[in-house]
Write a protein that binds this ligand. Structure first.
Ligand code: DQA
Length: 148
């Protein structure tokens, strides 16, 4: 099984970015933890981050036939990007939306996710563990579709 982790804008600043909201763990440390688990579970992963909407769209487009699932923290594009939503819908690779913070407990403009309707589900509010929960969700989605 192969899972692609995509990270949107400003997530490269984790560790120093608003530590009261996002904690002090860096994206590299999150990747390390996800890698350790995926090695244990025999899953191939790739971890990418971009501050550019178009690059994320291109990565989602090229996921077809390469990846079984995408785990996506789209950052602020979650709330603004019709382009990301359309890419997820077009490609049809099962996508799990994740967030470190609980977007529903924050400012009102974060309550709406434009990508949620085209994702399998949403994981929000578990800090760095949202990524490992995302990996588990990806496995569940694959197993469920294999049983159908
Ligand atoms: C975030 C939540 C978004 O609202 C915000 O713009 C981010 C990070 C999270 O992981 O909690 O950049 O996706």
């Amino acid at each position: 099984m192969k899972v692609l982790f995509l990270n949107g804008p400003n997530l490269n600043l984790l560790g120093t970015r608003e530590p009261g909201v996002y904690g002090t763990v860096t994206l590299a440390q999150i990747e390390e933890r996800v890698r350790a688990l995926s090695r244990e579970w025999g899953i191939e992963i790739e971890f990418r981050q971009s501050n550019h909407e178009g690059e994320l769209v291109t990565w989602i487009q090229s996921a077809l036939s390469h990846w079984d699932a995408i785990v996506l923290n789209a950052g602020a594009y979650t709330h603004t990007s019709i382009a990301l939503r359309d890419a997820i819908a077009a490609v049809g690779v099962p996508t799990i939306e994740i967030h470190l913070s609980n977007i529903h407990a924050r400012e009102e403009f974060r309550h709406r996710s434009l990508i949620a309707p085209v994702c399998v589900g949403q994981i929000s509010g578990f800090g760095p563990e949202s990524y490992t929960l995302g990996l588990q969700a990806a496995i569940t989605v694959k197993e469920t579709s294999a049983r159908k």
